[in-house]
Design a protein around this ligand. Structure first.
Ligand SMILES: C[S@@+](CC[C@H](N)C(=O)[O-])C[C@H]1O[C@@H](n2cnc3c(N)ncnc32)[C@H](O)[C@@H]1O
Length: 354
């Protein structure tokens, strides 16, 4: 999924730093997990990963890609007779095929987010919007019948979010759609299993403020990747977030961004972001703290160094990277990223939990 601030391109750098400087690390906390790129890498390397994010869409991606070692078996749903039992097909594939076949005319996505609706918000082709509505309604009805547990529901919603993202008529974010249906939007919605790995383990997937997650977790490494500016992710990813919640909020304006009372993040406020980072660094129960930031972000270099210096010795290094930008064209731009590394002083540190 294209995500502002995704660490797909900088992952080799992050991985190399952690592998060289903390070779005996067994656990990582990633409380600004987003699409879980970083946590998935370290789980696949056999580590225990604790993740969190304020956005619900990240939470379902955390559960689907980190909370399972193998795709779910959907025991209750398979026993209910709702799904054809094609021998040889994994239950997860059989469930996705069933969702893929469903059709319900006149749903929320068709009405609000396809050209067929009165607002003309062309985020999806009419046909794909109908398929998204049907799949989302199918998941909700199985959940209401008690045929899915919370984790299975999250896994299916993640599969739907990723499938919808592959056919979204956007340049990347959901803040604007293209003027006419582009090539990817004309492809049919196809549900696939989200990627999972049997290696490593999940130490918890949280839909919570980073401070809360950091305060409650004990890991060798704390990787902090907060937002770099005042643009709230909830506005740019409102459609995946709606699919993650399974609701149908009133859509308004050209983008259809719903009004939600989201938990506010201090990291979107220039006047508060530095204090919020200092609080997290002070609360960290980790041997090593990394802060990944851009050189033109709203928290100043000196403020980041001061936040970390209270915990131990600080070093940093810079790289020029191609970063995905949130402008309307949705292209990439060159930016300087800086990773700060803090070896947390053992003096006065809270003992590691098992
Ligand atoms: C730079 S992105 C992280 C990208 C992620 N590393 C990836 O590769 O996809 C920042 C993330 O922080 C989340 N966020 C913003 N404020 C937060 C807060 N106070 N607590 C937890 N998450 C927050 C946003 O929803 C967003 O997903």
């Amino acid at each position: 999924m294209r995500y502002i601030g995704s660490k797909v391109s900088t992952l080799p750098w992050i991985a190399q730093l952690i592998e060289e400087r903390a070779p005996s690390a067994h656990s990582v906390c990633d409380p600004f997990a987003g699409t879980c790129t970083v946590a998935r890498h370290f789980k696949a390397r056999g580590m225990r990963v604790v993740t969190g994010d304020l956005l619900k869409v990240s939470h379902v991606l955390q559960i689907a890609t980190l909370g399972f070692d193998t795709p779910p078996s959907f025991a209750a749903l398979m026993a209910s007779g709702e799904i054809r039992d094609d021998s040889g097909v994994h239950p997860a594939d059989a469930v996705l095929s069933r969702l893929q076949e469903l059709r319900t005319p006149g749903g929320y996505f068709e009405e609000e987010f396809s050209a067929a609706g009165p607002a003309g918000r062309m985020f999806f082709s009419d046909e794909n919007a109908r398929r998204i509505d049907a799949a989302s309604a199918g998941i909700a009805s199985w959940q209401q019948l008690g045929l899915l547990d919370e984790r299975e529901e999250a896994w299916l919603r993640a599969a739907l979010i990723l499938a919808a993202d592959r056919v979204a008529n956007t340049a990347g974010t959901y803040y604007a759609h293209l003027k006419s249906l582009g090539r990817k939007a004309l492809k049919p919605l196809t549900l696939r299993c989200p990627p999972v790995t049997a290696a490593g383990s999940s130490g918890g997937c949280h839909n919570a403020d980073a401070l809360e997650v950091v305060t409650r977790s004990h890991t060798d490494v704390l990787y902090l990747d907060p937002p770099y500016n005042e643009r709230d992710y909830a506005r740019y990813y409102h459609l995946p977030d709606t699919l993650a919640r399974g609701d149908a909020p009133a859509a308004s304006g050209r983008s259809g961004v719903p009004y939600r009372q989201n938990a506010a993040s201090s990291f979107y406020r220039t006047a508060q972001a530095g204090d919020a980072l200092s609080q997290i660094c002070a609360a960290a129960n980790a041997r090593y703290i990394l802060v990944h930031y851009t050189t033109d972000g709203i928290i100043s270099h000196d403020r980041i160094v001061d936040s970390l210096r209270c915990r131990g010795e600080v070093r940093f290094e810079d790289r020029r990277v191609r970063a995905y930008s949130s402008d309307r064209a949705g292209g990439t731009r060159e930016a300087w990223h800086r990773i700060y590394w803090c070896d947390v002083s053992m003096e006065g540190r809270v003992d590691d939990a098992p």
